[in-house]
Design a protein around this ligand. Structure first.
Ligand code: MV4
Length: 661
């Protein structure tokens, strides 16, 4: 076995790999960018080396520098994780030339899966089922049109070198074919520099089911059951589970054997994933093969009891697979959700910022959290904004869903917007509970998934006010050193039993009156009166509001108070003397670029009146489009960019003048 390996990655997957390596007594060399100098993966490793500035191309994609560090540090092998250099054949080749083991498949296997049409040729010859269609070299539009009529409609055009749904077009009837082909080709050429197309019968309600395969250098190859990854948005997986619901043992075996055949067809080694489209009638078709460890591998680990990173290290060190096919068994049900810094209510715009408060559900045999961050870390615009993966296991799917809902409630993050509430909406959705899965799930259930905000606002508001009252009572020594409560507010509870509090929530001001009685607090809000009792224990607030006793968690960072009720977070800002009212107006009146990107469209002009929620500017970043919306009713004062302009993270895009200013 290796004595020392280098992990050419960051975040949760780097941490995940280090954990197993350490269990096996292997020392770990981390690499990091300037943005990650204090990252969790760096602190977990035995030693770490700086790669360069934050952007990936200057750091985690610097193949030569990484190899140099591996050599200099005495690492015998490199684990690439996923993303970055993990499926880069050039890098795998360079490792071999430097006598460093690439913990992944042979170069030829990576190359064989690089082109979709070439991959399909190989799979067809190996007898792996393919969606009926055409994937030949003749790209003459007239010839393709004739082939299309043979394939039948609806039909799907796919870019041979594409990915992420780009260069893909559904064609519903023959008359639409020519236009669709031309437009798919344009998109493919712009995106991948190659406009070769293939065509398939379009499956309207497929599931994405993939098989985990493993092969060693001694002729052994096995499959480790399947994962259902049908819940995706814009070709990004959101929820993955294993085993696939309503999937029979016979289906598992036939898809598993097809996947092993696929791996053997390209002389595969190590961990791989063969993705299939699973049609409503039970037939399945090869989609593509991923030649790396996948993000969602933990669900397979939870149901098989195996450590897939350990398997990777064994295979890379020339040892045989730990199990034969007949020894692989599955038990129970596992579900993974990807916790992201993003705003589901604003087109899933990636969010950046400091994780000012971070509490994760407690790990157990039922709950696993694969995370690469700690409290006070920054989610930067440079990398994928995934915060962590939350994985649960239980005896069956329904119990696993209960575990997940509880774990999501126990996952509390303040400082950045997250998808935690959205994940809860998904997991508790009746169609998800009933396992009515297909790749259009999120789009199809849009109306019920993006429900308007709940009615707990007032409850959260009262709790935030009671929290402020309680923190004022506590002696300064018990408070945080930089808390604004350290400053004098001009009044103290003991001296003045009645006080007025104003809290801001999403650009709305709320005023409450609090009166301290002998044994209770009287709260007045919107003309209503509520008798309350309150006690604060650490970050836990135990309160009785009228006749309802609740227990919630609260965090505070500077003047923002976050109240966590179930999976919801309510943020309130409290105007201390440190912040004036004019600051607030300016804050809500200026709209800034959430990340580096390009302006795609400017939809408003100076002088125009806009409504809260109206899209002002559309920008593109990380190959996705984002809408910048007005948060308030206002008049556009100035627009600073036009379509085509490059903008920096934080650049002011539009200035709004509010009615008051
Ligand atoms: C398909 C399909 C339906 N019919 N092929 C999307 C990305 C690419 N890897 C393959 N994709 C699809 N191929 C045929 N013949 C539907 C999809 C598809 C999809 C597949 C898996 C997971 C999510 C998806 C979302 C939309 C479309």
């Amino acid at each position: 076995m290796f004595r020392k390996i280098l992990i050419a990655n960051r975040g949760e997957i780097a941490c995940r790999i280090i954990e197993t390596a350490h269990k096996l007594g292997i020392r770990c060399v981390a690499v990091y960018s300037e943005a990650d100098a204090n990252a969790r993966h760096v602190n977990m490793a035995d030693e770490a080396f700086l790669l360069g500035p934050a952007p990936s191309k200057d750091s985690y994609l610097k193949a030569d520098k990484i190899l140099e560090i591996a050599k200099a540090s005495g690492a015998e092998a490199i684990h690439p994780g996923y993303g970055f250099l993990s499926e880069n054949a050039e890098f795998a080749k360079a490792c071999g030339q430097q006598n460093i083991v690439f913990i992944g498949p042979p170069v030829a296997a990576i190359e064989a899966m690089g082109s979709k049409s070439a991959a399909k040729d190989i799979m067809a010859k190996a007898g792996v089922p393919l969606v009926p269609g055409y994937h030949g070299d003749n790209q003459d539009p007239a010839f393709l049109a004739k082939e299309a009529d043979n394939v039948g409609y609806p039909l799907l055009l796919k870019a041979a070198y594409g990915g992420g749904g780009k260069g893909m077009r559904v064609v519903w009837k023959s008359e639409e074919f020519a236009d669709a082909l031309a437009s798919a080709k344009r998109e493919a050429m712009a995106g991948f520099g190659n406009d070769k197309m293939l065509m398939e019968r379009y499956l309207t309600k497929p599931r994405h089911i993939e098989i985990q395969v493993f092969a060693d250098n001694h002729g052994n190859a096995v499959y480790l059951a399947e994962r259902d990854c049908s819940i995706q948005r814009r070709h990004q997986k959101v929820i993955e589970e294993a085993p696939a619901p309503n999937f029979t043992e016979a289906q598992r075996q036939s898809m598993g054997e097809a996947a092993v055949k696929a791996a053997q067809a390209i002389d595969y080694r190590g961990a791989g994933t063969v993705e299939f489209l699973f049609d409503e009638d039970g037939s399945f078709y090869f989609m593509e093969m991923n030649t790396r460890l996948q993000v969602e591998h933990p669900v397979t680990e939870m149901i098989t009891g195996q450590d897939l990173v350990k398997w990777q290290l064994l295979v890379a060190a020339n040892q045989p697979l730990p199990l034969e096919q007949t020894e692989v068994s599955i038990h129970g049900h596992a579900i993974e959700v990807r916790v992201y810094a993003e705003d589901p209510d604003n087109d899933f715009l990636p969010a950046t910022g400091k994780l000012t408060y971070l509490r994760q559900p407690e790990a157990s045999r039922f709950v696993r959290v694969d995370s690469g961050v700690v409290e006070n870390d920054e989610i930067s615009p440079y990398y994928d904004p995934m915060i962590a993966k939350l994985i649960v296991w239980d005896e069956d799917r329904d119990r696993a869903i209960s575990r997940m809902l509880r774990a999501l409630d126990d996952y509390r993050i303040a400082g950045v917007t997250t998808n935690l509430s959205f994940l809860t909406s998904l997991v508790e959705h009746p169609a998800f509970v009933a396992a009515e899965l297909d790749t259009n799930f999120i789009e199809h259930h849009q109306d019920t998934l993006f429900a308007p905000a709940t009615k707990e606002n007032n409850q959260a508001l009262v709790l935030a006010a009671l929290y402020i009252l309680e923190t004022q009572k506590q002696p300064p020594a018990a408070q945080e050193p930089f808390s604004p409560w350290q400053f004098s507010h001009g009044w103290r509870l003991n001296e003045q039993p009645m006080q007025q509090l104003t809290l801001q929530h999403q650009d709305h001001s709320h005023s409450l009156q609090l009166e301290q009685l002998q044994d209770a607090v009287l709260v007045q809000l919107d003309g209503q009166q509520l008798r309350c009792h309150v006690r604060l224990q650490g970050d836990e607030l135990i309160a009785t509001l009228g006749e309802h006793k609740t227990r919630v968690r609260i965090s505070q960072y500077q003047d923002t108070i976050s109240v966590f009720i179930r999976h919801h977070r309510y943020d309130f800002s409290y105007q201390t003397e440190l912040h004036t009212d004019t600051d607030m107006v300016e804050d809500s009146g200026s709209l800034t670029a959430p990340m580096n990107g390009t302006i795609v469209a400017v939809l408003v002009e100076a002088g125009q009146h806009v409504k809260a929620g109206q899209t002002l500017v559309v920008m593109e970043a990380m190959k996705m489009e984002y809408s910048i919306k007005a948060s308030i009713d206002a008049t556009v004062k100035e627009v600073f960019f036009q379509a085509g302009d490059l903008v920096q993270d934080g650049a002011e895009l539009v200035e709004l003048a509010t009615e008051e200013s």
